[in-house]
Design a protein around this ligand. Structure first.
Ligand code: ZN
Ligand code: ZN
Ligand code: FE
Length: 760
């Protein structure tokens, strides 16, 4: 049950790159034939499109070998893969003729991981760019992070301040050279340089000496801020407790896991269990952070990802990373440099102002970062890669739509994990991860990114779509812009936006009815409560709330989001009233008797205790009731720990009832309280119960259905639902190109505004 990958699988692969006229399609043809895969390859307006079907293992191999065996002149800048469960029944693999009229789309590429040719030069003592941390060529190097305006020419990038030396200029002008028109072309004579600074900002060392010095410092266990492609990282060795613990203390980040960068895939495999499919993702062009299972005993510091059996891993993607990791040979914690809830630090003055409290030294360089881009995060669920954060390496690639939109739309996103979108014709440009809009700096950054995107794409929206929450900053900013430009601003309910995002990325016809299970932490409901456990029947542009979890109170409002014990108490009060004060259960023990009494009064009178139907909170309540987690150290912690304890061989579930569209969790909680099984069993039965809710509700639903919202970052829940659906002969869709969390909201908003027949 660990995976639901059937006997046959079909994938769609969208590639961008320098792949035309270099023998790429014949290579794809031969590789597909060797692996006995059927389908076709074709050039399209976005690059190259491949569709293959066959054995899942052969498809994994195909994706890996696409990267490792491609012709030397073929360069893949980006790759996005969609998995389909229904085979198309191809009988052969063919090279299809492309429509010669297909217009070449103008779009901004994401930053491209250092290519092999550049890596060889980087490590070759005879090369003039030997150990030069900014080596790049037409096929690799920074793109989105350095662009100020289109077209993508050097004067429109942050490389404009560097004048090419005669040798570089010659390469740039020579059509037969690998650096012909490589906009960031540079060398040690004319290009950017690195400098090592103390936390006070004093120059320590420069160039190669700075590199050597940094390596020495990291070896000794220091924490160093390192300026990268899309922002600064905080780095320290991942195999020693002291630096990692120190970093946690300084960042006041108690338990939230850190990502680790390894020198090679082999080094990752020594520390973690990596499936073939995960290896393919780790090696894929974006070099995202991939969540993999720790090998036990864990050979890095426990402080890297405390209390979890998974780890975010990635490979070096810039020449500077390669030099550091190659020389060190030790995995490094590489976490985004930011104060909590603030954007990743990208500017040097900002770094010197904000980072010294975290680090001993800063490794900086003088190539300005124009556009921030955090590392992307992906995990494999049910045999499918699912984005958790779509940013560096993917954004701002367009997401193609089935049908053209009626008008250009600006979508403002939600409040957490914000992204924005510009949508026009048959594509949606989804921004990089902007993050939570909590602090003044985060808001300023958000407004700048909106401004920059409009200006970069010379985009004039005819409508703005915002979340229905009237107090979200994104909503207010959207209203402000709408007023300024005199265009309509439409509010779209949060969980409908989740559902539409899923429909859009899975290319469902917009007029077709769709059943969306939109389960997350929080979203503004249309009845004065907080929604988050919704089953929505979408019949565009209408929707009905077909079912939802029986609402319960959030004791203390926002505080309940951080304290599962408050949610658990509320659930208990709901079931047992005042008797709870005498119960001997973990959430009651987690408070003093006085506190419990006060909370009971607040519950009874409804003081600062709004109602919610949130499944995210229900996870929290269960985590508290079974004694796993009373207070969270980071968002999503209880769910993340629960999924690690899930036992796939346990198939039982707890009872539940659906009465008048309300999913009653009372029988579930009552059964769980009586269950004397170990914690793992209770967690498994709880998660299985949620899966049964989905299965029961889809039983007589004749149209497409899918699951969306932050809750579906949970791997066992998602896999259990898909496995049970397969048993029942049903298909339930999951996200593959945008995150199920609020990072995908802007896509749903965008198509809503774009497909509406008429505007208000
Ligand atoms: Zn290169
Ligand atoms: Zn030069
Ligand atoms: Fe949400």
């Amino acid at each position: 049950m660990a995976t639901t990958r059937g006997a046959l699988q079909r994938v769609k692969i969208h590639l961008n790159g320098a792949v035309q006229g270099v023998g790429f399609r014949p290579f794809v043809y031969n590789l597909a034939h060797r692996l006995q895969l059927k389908g076709y390859v074709i050039n399209d307006g976005f690059g190259v499109f491949i569709e293959v079907e066959g054995e899942p293992h052969a498809i994994d191999q195909f994706l890996i070998r696409l990267q490792t065996e491609k012709p030397p002149l073929a360069h893949i800048f980006s790759q996005e893969v969609e998995y389909l469960s229904t085979p198309a029944g191809y009988t052969d693999f063919t090279i299809q003729k492309s429509d010669a009229e297909t217009p070449k789309e103008v779009f901004i590429l994401p930053d491209v991981t250092t290519c092999n040719a550049c890596l060889q030069e980087l490590m070759n003592p005879a090369d003039r760019r030997y150990r030069y941390p900014f080596i790049n060529c037409t096929n690799c190097g920074p793109r989105f992070s350095i662009i100020e305006a289109l077209p993508y020419d050097r004067p429109n990038t942050s490389m404009k301040r560097f004048t090419m030396c005669p040798e570089c200029q010659q390469e740039y002008d020579n059509p037969t050279n690998r650096r012909f028109h490589a906009q960031p072309n540079a060398c040690p004579v004319c290009g950017p340089q690195i400098t090592l600074l103390t936390a006070e900002g004093t120059i320590q060392t420069e160039r190669e000496a700075a590199l050597q010095h940094t390596i020495q410092l990291l070896k000794e266990g220091h924490i160093v801020a390192i300026k990268g492609i899309g922002g600064y990282h905080l780095a320290c060795r991942a195999d020693w407790d002291d630096p990692v613990q120190m970093l946690r203390e300084r960042k006041r980040r108690n338990e939230k896991p850190f990502a680790v960068m390894f020198p090679t895939l082999e080094a990752i495999q020594r520390i973690a269990e990596v499936t073939e499919q995960e290896a393919g993702l780790i090696l894929s062009p974006a070099h995202p952070i991939v969540l993999v299972r720790k090998r036990l005993p864990f050979r890095l510091s426990e402080w890297v990802a405390p209390g979890l059996n998974k780890l975010g891993v990635f490979l070096p993607y810039s020449p500077l990373h390669h030099l550091l990791l190659h020389d060190l040979g030790i995995p490094l914690v590489m976490t985004s440099a930011n104060l909590s809830d603030e954007p990743i630090v990208k500017d040097d003055e900002e770094a010197l102002q904000k980072l010294p409290r975290f680090v001993d030294f800063l490794l900086v360089h003088n190539r300005p970062i124009v556009n921030r881009a955090d590392d992307s995060v992906v995990r494999v669920m049910a045999g499918t890669p699912v984005p958790i954060r779509r940013s560096r390496g993917y954004a701002p690639l367009p997401i193609p739509l089935q049908l053209p939109l009626h008008r250009p739309v600006l979508a403002m996103g939600a409040h957490q994990k914000n992204t924005i979108a510009l949508a026009q014709a048959n594509r949606v440009i989804l921004s990089q991860h902007i993050g939570d809009l909590e602090t003044a700096d985060a808001l300023a950054n958000y407004e700048q990114i909106v401004e920059r995107f409009l200006q970069l794409y010379e985009f004039t929206p005819e409508v703005i779509v915002v979340d229905a929450h009237p107090r979200y900053h994104s909503t207010r900013h959207g209203e402000h812009l709408g007023q300024r430009w005199g265009i309509p601003v439409i509010a779209l309910q949060h969980h409908v936006a989740h559902g539409l995002a899923l429909m859009a990325e899975r290319h469902l016809p917009i007029e077709q009815p769709f059943l969306a299970f939109s389960w997350d932490g929080t979203g503004y409901g249309l009845d004065g409560t907080i929604w988050g456990g919704e089953v929505l029947e979408i019949q565009f542009p209408q929707f009905t709330r077909r079912a939802f979890f029986e609402p319960f109170r959030l004791l203390g409002g926002e505080r309940a989001v951080k304290e599962p014990r408050r949610v658990a108490l509320s659930v208990l009060f709901h079931l047992f009233g005042e008797q709870v004060l005498d119960m001997d259960v973990p959430p009651v023990r987690a408070f003093s008797p006085r506190e419990t009494r006060i909370l009971f009064q607040a519950w009874k009178k409804g003081i600062n205790a709004p109602f919610t139907s949130s499944v995210g909170r229900l996870f929290d309540a269960i985590a508290s009731l079974i004694g796993l987690q009373q207070v969270l150290s980071y968002e999503g912690q209880s769910g993340s720990r629960m999924e690690d304890l899930y036992q796939p061989e346990i198939t039982g579930a707890y009872p539940f009832e659906i009465t008048e569209g309300k999913i009653q969790w009372a029988p579930l909680v009552q059964a769980l309280l009586k269950d004397r099984s170990p914690m793992e069993v209770k967690i498994s039965r709880f998660i299985n119960t949620l899966a049964e809710v989905v299965i029961q509700i889809t039983t007589n639903w004749p149209h497409a259905a899918g699951v969306t919202g932050g809750v579906f970052q949970n791997r066992p829940l998602t896999e259990r639902i898909l496995a049970r659906a397969a048993e029942e002969g049903r298909t339930i869709l999951i996200h593959q190109r945008v995150p199920p969390n609020d990072g995908g909201i802007a896509l749903g908003q965008a198509i809503y505004g774009g497909y509406l027949a008429s505007l208000p």
